[in-house]
Ligand binder design. Structure first.
Ligand code: UFG
Length: 344
């Protein structure tokens, strides 16, 4: 059983990836400081997979603590690095917090990978590295634009760092950069999903919390964009599809020479905010309370992926639809209400 270090393994994408790793025969070793996730997620992954997990409560910027994990597991075959802050708005307010955490954690991790001869790394990146592209769909060859936020810049810096490591003579880290579009949904069991602390910034948790009566009304940010109905377009991808791509990426790294390669992970289809609302109403049977509002500063008008490269080279493609993702997100929200999970 190949052991894989999974930093941020209790988070939204990390927890779903841990499930997929286990069902594909890997053994995840989870590291998380639970700053934006709950320790109970570990037990929930165990319930879904019927397997005991090894996990550590530590911060990846703490080299002494992370070194202990490498010492404990000299047979690690690779790592998936999710641990990072991800709120665009917060990064503008607290840039140092973002630069410190997102960049230092990767520095510490790659230093230890070198030291302990662990070669393969899957890195959590984002379509935010593209800014507003001129041509859609976006391919990996699309030139990056100046980052719009410190968060986006940390992703660009980390990608560059990994590219440099893949060519540096004394470094051995080989990496796949996965550029996520908009991850949504939840595990169909309703046991794990997205649990933002406080008022959600992202569209889907805001929709499900409004439908559940926790928020009064959703504001649609902008209705005068040059899109089919005037609202922004995004490529919403089910988190389970996304999680499966990490397993494919690990296999790809194992089968190939040292590299640093980027892959878009999206469905290839763009949906407007109003289309998402209509689809949610259809699958949930709930009429959503919403109002049109001003544009949100920093939003790009439209972005969706060409995932051809991942289809071709990783042998990966999405299997789940927007309907599936919204059904699972709603199921997750209902389960949270049933069990009062916001408190655990
Ligand atoms: N939106 C609303 N109302 C809300 C929340 C969002 O209308 O209350 C709209 C946004 O304006 C946008 C769409 O819903 O058009 C999606 O917004 P999200 O906040 O869910 O997602 P973003 O596309 O803004 O952000 C996502 C990730 C970021 C990443 C970014 C890259 O959350 O981490 O994509 O484009 F950096």
């Amino acid at each position: 059983m190949s052991k894989i270090l999974v930093t941020g393994g209790a988070g939204f994408i990390g927890s779903h990836t841990a499930v997929e790793l286990i069902s594909s025969g890997f053994t995840p070793i989870i590291v998380d400081n639970f700053c934006n996730s709950r320790p109970s997620v570990i037990q929930r992954i165990e319930t879904i997979t019927n397997q005991n997990l090894v996990s550590y409560n530590l911060d990846c910027t703490d080299e002494i603590a992370l070194r202990q994990v490498f010492n404990d597991h000299p047979d690690l075959q690779g790592a998936i690095h999710f641990a990072a802050f991800k709120a665009v708005g917060e990064s503008v307010q607290s840039p140092l917090k973002y630069y410190h955490n997102n960049i230092n954690s990767l520095l510490v991790l790659t230093r230890l990978m070198n030291e302990f001869n662990v070669r393969n790394l899957v890195f959590s990146s984002s379509c935010t590295v593209y800014g507003q592209p001129e041509i859609l769909p976006v391919t990996e060859a699309t030139e990056m634009q100046e980052a719009q936020s410190p968060y986006g810049f940390t992703k660009q810096v980390c990608e560059r760092l990994l590219s440099d490591l893949s060519t540096g003579e004394y470094n051995q880290v080989s990496s796949v950069l996965l550029r996520y579009f908009n991850p949504i949904g939840a595990h169909p069991s309703g046991l794990i999903g997205e649990l933002p602390l406080g008022v959600p910034e992202n569209l889907i948790p805001y929709i499900t919390q409004t439908a559940a009566g926790l928020r009064d009304s959703l504001t649609v940010f902008g209705q005068d964009y040059s899109t089919s109905d005037g609202t922004c377009v995004r490529d919403y991808i089910h988190v389970v599809d996304l999680a499966k791509a990490h397993v494919k990426a690990l296999r790809y790294l194992a089968e190939n020479d040292k590299m640093c390669k980027a892959f878009n992970l999206g469905t290839g289809t763009g949906n407007t905010v109003l289309e998402v609302i209509q689809t949610f109403e259809k699958v949930s049977g709930v009429k959503l309370s919403y109002a049109m509002g001003e544009r949100r500063p920093g939003d790009v008008e439209q972005i969706y992926a060409s995932a051809d490269k991942a289809n071709r080279e990783l042998q990966w493609k999405t299997e789940l639809s927007l309907e599936d993702a919204l059904t699972d997100a709603w199921n997750w929200q209902l389960k949270l209400e049933e069990t009062g999970t916001t408190a655990d």
